[in-house]
Design a protein around this ligand. Structure first.
Ligand SMILES: Nc1ncnc2c1ncn2[C@@H]1O[C@H](COP(=O)(O)OP(=O)(O)OP(=O)(O)O)[C@@H](O)[C@H]1O
Length: 717
């Protein structure tokens, strides 16, 4: 097969070249950030076709995102296009993304050898497998669920399900709540663990407690103890009206008994070891000839017995014809708790996803959860698993496949139909996988089902950049590659072409704190002219002003808007920055760190380097609920957080700005030795504020600000 391009082995270093020409049937290229993994993989593709005469139709290259697949195709077209026109169009700001996609499509058709290659994401590959053969396993006229990813893939987007996953789960939950027992159990769960967060109470005494009342009853009343909550819930479930702590003055003084039940005309006091003596109050009841019933904490230990007691003392005193029918509905019950129900739905979706990624059984997980010592965990699964099972049935019924199903159904198709597997095994004699550190169990199973002894499997990845553990990826496939793919060859790439010495040095030092990794000595090919800048403002506003000021300076120094990239954990962190930048006429792009995988920029700002929620590290997956499915200890989760920080740092080519907050700095910042960094500060803002200047002079002054005009002190460059 003649390609119009030439393998440029001379542009590769020794290790990259060794990987490209290797004849190993199983090969892992284990590399550091910016060491040319993608470049090596592309050269391998070209080398196979051009030097080895491999028919492109026999090559399957798998990426994780549609963007990565497109980038691979773009780089192949650029290498084939001697006119340089395609590259120009690709970077032409006047062309829209749709126009660029169309151009890619035409170019791909023009170069037959590129068109004959299969360069796909795992999902789109499985999508075509199931469109062709799915009738043997499921239905080949299926629709795909999973909004964000679909948008990236034109082929899949033509068969998108008309509803989204969240709405399906939510709808199924509402239907399930027609069963009143389920409804009230769900409400109790949400009130306890989402609204009241009773499981966090011991550690966080700071939770807002109004007037000592902490526990929320099923009808939304705030009461003082779990036992009072139990009594109130019992009354609610039996549709018996009650007043909580009504004010009473019988004869001598005012006081508040725990409950009054008007239809039975009785007062109820629950006595715990914390209760004050009842003597004086009981006298008042006698004087007023009112009926008081007492329940005791010891009774609550056995809920069946306590129910029976309440039945006896309350129901027997209700009028014989007492019948207060209240029909409970999802809408009414959760009227004030929409967001909390949403959290429950999202958590149910997450565990459904985790169970499917690891190909586990839903019933098995329910059983395991029931043996958990914590009531919260047991209750969660008892409520969530029925919804997850209904979701699966619903998808079958509607012929929907979500992204896990696409892979799961393809693996079972290959397992159950050797003849179909054979078609693919024969077709793809070369399988190349990018970002191998991100594979999950079902993806590896799929790859294994496509291999014969003679297939060349070529994987590239960086264990230090594995950041999708929370979605089910399993870094051990790269760490223990040899165990999964015997007789494999390992080639390490350790020269970083992207970043300067300080950036590479800092990233090496940070990652050293991880134990679960392959050791690599990554060295920088570029010398450093700048240190990494750490800025700790007093608050977010300070940080926004600092970033705006720096961006203006960088633009004035000749950098382009496109050279500057802002990175953060969650998109909403960037919103206040963007708003201010817009006011200032600054255009910069921002990405979540997960979304910046594989990208690079001359200047990188990393926002939110603080401790705690939303900062670094933020070990949100450390919830006992997830541990039922996947054991993950604190140290391992911490390591993934550190890898996320590593990915962020290593996107920068020349200059790196780390933005934190005074007094609340991320512990990861301390892992960077001081000789790589410089700390900076803005001129004291209050000083600048006292000077009333026009905007133009203000920004001039900010830029040149060296000496405070009042005290003469140097306040910053
Ligand atoms: N042998 C080489 N000589 C010069 N430059 C190279 C070489 N190999 C790679 N590069 C350059 O280094 C940069 C990083 O390469 P590439 O994007 O392939 O790295 P990567 O390992 O996939 O990075 P990451 O995993 O961090 O996203 C690119 O700008 C690339 O052109």
């Amino acid at each position: 097969m003649e390609t119009s391009t030439k393998t440029d082995l001379s542009s590769l270093n020794d290790q990259q070249r060794e990987a490209v020409v290797s004849e190993a049937k199983r090969l892992l290229v284990l590399a550091g950030a910016g060491s040319g993994k993608t470049k090596t993989l592309l050269q391998k593709l070209i080398y196979l076709i051009e030097e080895k005469g491999v028919n492109p139709a026999h090559i399957l290259a798998i990426t994780f995102t549609k963007n990565a697949a497109n980038e691979m195709i773009d780089r192949l077209i650029i290498s084939a296009d001697t006119t340089g026109e395609y590259e120009q169009k690709l970077f032409d700001k006047k062309l829209s993304q749709t126009e660029k996609n169309r151009e890619r499509y035409f170019q791909q058709k023009k170069y037959k050898w590129i068109d004959n290659l299969t360069i796909r994401t795992f999902h789109s590959f499985c999508y075509t497998v199931l469109r062709s053969y799915g009738v043997n396993e499921f239905d080949n006229k299926f629709k795909v669920l999973g909004a964000e990813q679909q948008a990236e893939d034109e082929e899949i987007s033509t068969h998108v399900a008309p509803e989204n996953t969240f709405d399906i789960f939510h709808k199924l939950l509402i239907n399930q709540c027609e069963d009143v027992t389920y409804l009230l159990k769900l409400k109790r769960y949400i009130l306890d663990y989402v609204v009241d967060k009773i499981h966090l109470r011991k550690e966080e005494n700071k939770l807002p407690v109004k007037d000592g009342k902490f526990f929320t009853t099923l009808d939304g009343t705030k009461v003082r103890s779990k036992s009072e909550q139990y009594i109130a819930d019992w009354l609610y479930r039996h549709s018996i009206k009650y007043e909580y702590e009504p004010e009473l003055n019988v004869k001598d003084f005012y006081f508040r008994p725990d409950f009054y039940i008007p239809d039975a005309n009785i007062y109820l006091e629950h006595i715990s070891d914390k209760s004050f003596s009842m003597k004086n109050k009981e006298e008042q009841f006698n004087k007023g000839n009112l009926l008081l019933v007492k329940t005791y904490e010891s009774m609550t230990k056995d809920s069946a017995l306590f129910n029976h007691t309440l039945e006896k003392i309350i129901k027997n005193r209700l009028p014989a014809n007492y019948h207060r029918k209240v029909s409970l509905s999802f809408r009414e019950e959760f009227n004030s708790y929409h967001d909390d129900v949403k959290d429950f739905v999202l958590q149910t979706m997450r565990i459904t996803d985790m169970i499917k990624v690891d190909n586990l059984s839903f019933e098995g997980i329910l059983q395991k959860a029931q043996a958990d010592p914590h009531e919260r965990v047991r209750n969660f699964y008892e409520l969530a698993i029925p919804i997850a099972l209904q979701y699966n049935n619903y998808c079958v019924d509607k012929s929907y496949l979500d992204f896990n199903d696409l892979i799961g159904r393809s693996t079972s198709l290959f397992k159950n139909h050797a003849d179909i597997a054979q078609v693919y095994k024969q077709r793809y004699q070369y399988i190349l996988v990018d970002e191998f550190q991100d594979v999950n169990n079902i993806q590896v199973e799929l790859i294994k089902l496509l291999l014969t002894e003679n297939t060349q499997l070529f994987c590239v990845g960086d264990d230090w950049q594995s950041i999708y553990g929370f979605r089910g990826s399993n870094v051990s496939y790269i760490l223990e590659f040899e165990k999964h793919f015997t007789n494999s060859q390992l080639i390490k790439l350790n020269l970083n072409y992207r970043s300067t010495q300080n950036i590479v040095g800092a990233s090496n030092e940070v990652i050293k704190h991880n134990k679960f990794k392959v050791n690599k000595d990554i060295i920088a090919s570029k010398k450093s002219e700048h240190k990494i800048v750490i800025y700790a403002g007093n608050n977010e506003e300070d940080n926004i002003h600092f970033c705006a000021k720096k961006v203006k300076e960088l633009l004035a120094d000749g950098y382009l808007h496109d050279d500057i990239l802002f990175l953060y954990r969650r998109s909403k962190m960037f919103t206040p920055y963007l708003n201010y930048f817009k006011q200032q006429g600054i255009k910069v792009s921002g990405k979540t760190i997960h979304g910046a995988k594989g990208l690079e920029a001359k200047i990188v700002f990393i926002l939110g380097l603080t401790e705690g929620y939303g900062g670094f590290p933020d070990i949100w997956l450390e919830d006992r609920i997830f541990q039922v499915i996947k054991k993950a200890n604190h140290d391992l989760l911490m390591e993934e957080e550190r890898r996320l920080f590593y990915v962020a740092i290593t996107r920068a080519k020349d200059k790196l700005f780390l933005i934190t907050e005074k007094g609340n700095e991320s512990s990861f910042l301390k892992e960077i030795p001081e000789n790589f960094t410089v700390r900076t500060s803005l001129p004291a803002k209050s000083v600048v504020d006292k000077v009333v200047l026009c905007q133009k002079c203000y920004s001039q002054l900010e830029k040149l600000w060296i000496v405070c005009p009042y005290c003469g002190q140097t306040v910053g460059a």
